[in-house]
Design a protein. Structure first.
Length: 463
């Protein structure tokens, strides 16, 4: 059963729906199922619009990117489509010392956590004469999408570029739109300079993704821009839709929906802190879900009061109020097991745990993008400076997808070392299975190596 509770505050009117997790009526069950399978993929209208933009960029290159920038926003006021290393180095040198120190610490912490993620090449002997090597190699060229326009996100640049650097990627380009005045945030550009980013593409939305995927030649008058091997990073629904469109031609990290947060709390929680964590997530955008899951109706009421009191004091109060009114919820569970089951079914992007034994509860969670344990672990710390990555699976994809990490910036290849003794050991198996499948050329490729009168170099060496 779902009821509406109205919280009255000096600011916007907030309506948080309450979800009774013990309810068994058809409407309540359907609502919970919809939450579990909400998905991160944009609607078909956006998919179709992004498809057209991407196709246009693939055909007309830089000309199409410029036209889309002019139509949808994100263009540089000076007409530059690509900023090179000299631009980024200059921005680095202009950084305010305090901003530079903050960026340096964030970069250092992300790099420390990423350092242990680099996969190791290994080699396995299957049988005598057959060894298989699984070799991990960094990608050659990667595109990192960094949201911009209405608000800059230098933190997202750090989160996408640092693991690429740790992986050893050959070239790293960043795509980000300019703001309404045609400018890119100087701190973001300075961060790109600190990290030795090779270039910044001044474009946003689907056209930026298309440019990263397909590049362009110099025929349009702009210098040639090479396509990338993989595109990573968060973005709006148009970015997500475009990433899905190009996924057959280049790699992508994952489709990402609106940022979302969940707070799991019991009657031991501080309602002021729980409310702050809930509102933090709603600040991302008007479509950002923020959900409190609790076993305590008393805490639920207290958190709702604190949320109402807090929102009106914040700069983005209109955004937060819209997010909470449309996507805010309080889920009431009969006990801790039911609360954890709901959390795991929802698979939130961010999960903050405020319970008596937060560590024990965290150990029971299987499905969440990033888990924040206890009262001293605000989600905002992870967004900026703990070292954990803040590019995370949304829309329930935390059931199967990972936070962005070094592994996303490389790929595996397998190398098969097969000698005469090894092939002899599997000769009959290959022949039988190839015959069953009707692929006699496969069988022949093995048998021809053992034809009478053929003496292999290995056999000769043993004589």
């Amino acid at each position: 059963m779902t009821t509406s509770i109205t919280a009255t505050s000096p600011g916007p009117k907030l309506t948080l729906r309450r979800i009774d997790l013990a309810a068994t009526d058809e409407t309540a069950v359907a609502e919970r199922q919809a939450l579990m399978r909400r998905g991160a993929v944009p609607d078909e209208a956006i998919r179709e619009g992004a498809r057209r933009i991407v196709a246009d960029v693939r055909t007309r290159g830089a000309v199409a990117v410029r036209e889309s920038n002019a139509r949808f926003g994100g263009a540089d006021a000076n007409g530059r489509l690509v900023l090179d290393r000299s631009d980024l180095d200059a921005a680095r040198d202009r950084l305010d010392p305090a901003d530079r120190r903050a960026l340096a610490q964030a970069i250092d912490h992300v790099a420390r956590f990423a350092a242990g993620q680099r996969p190791r090449t290994y080699r396995t002997q299957v049988v005598g004469g057959i060894e298989i090597e699984r070799r991990w190699l960094p990608l050659g060229r990667v595109g990192c999408y960094v949201p911009g326009g209405s608000a800059p996100y230098p933190s997202s640049l750090v989160m996408t570029v640092v693991p690429a650097k740790v992986a050893g990627v050959g070239e790293i380009v960043v795509a980000t739109p300019a703001d309404g005045h045609g400018a890119i945030d100087p701190v973001l550009l300075g961060a790109a300079g600190l990290l030795d980013v090779d270039a910044v593409l001044v474009a946003g939305g689907a056209q930026a993704v298309g440019a990263l995927a397909f590049g362009w030649d110099a025929a349009s008058g702009d210098p040639a821009f090479e396509p990338v091997d993989r595109i990573v990073g968060p973005g709006n629904p148009w970015v997500t839709a475009a990433k899905l469109e190009v996924a057959g031609m280049v790699g992508i990290d994952l489709p990402a929906g609106p940022s979302e947060g969940m707070v799991l709390a019991d009657d031991d929680a501080d309602p002021v802190i729980a409310a702050a964590d809930l509102v933090t997530q709603a600040e991302h955008g008007p479509d950002s879900p923020a959900t409190l899951v609790t076993t305590s109706p008393t805490l639920a009421d207290a958190v709702e009061r604190e949320v109402a009191a807090l929102v009106d004091r914040l700069e983005r109060k209109d955004v937060i109020a819209a997010a909470l009114a449309n996507h805010g919820a309080i889920a009431l569970a009969t006990d801790e097991d039911a609360a954890i089951a709901f959390v795991d079914g929802y698979a939130p992007e961010h999960l903050s745990i405020h319970t008596r034994d937060a560590e024990a509860v965290a150990a029971r969670i299987r499905h969440a993008g990033s888990i924040f344990v206890g009262a001293w672990a605000p989600e905002s710390a992870g967004d900026y400076a703990t070292g954990a990555n803040h590019v995370l699976p949304t829309g329930g994809l935390a059931r199967a997808c990972d936070p962005l990490a070094v592994e996303a910036f490389g790929r595996w290849t397998q190398i098969q070392h097969v000698h005469e003794a090894g092939l002899a050991a599997i000769r009959e198996t290959v022949g039988r299975l190839a015959t069953v499948e009707g692929l006699t050329a496969h069988r022949h490729a093995v048998e021809v190596r053992f034809r009478p009168g053929r003496t292999s170099a290995e056999t000769a060496a043993r004589r």
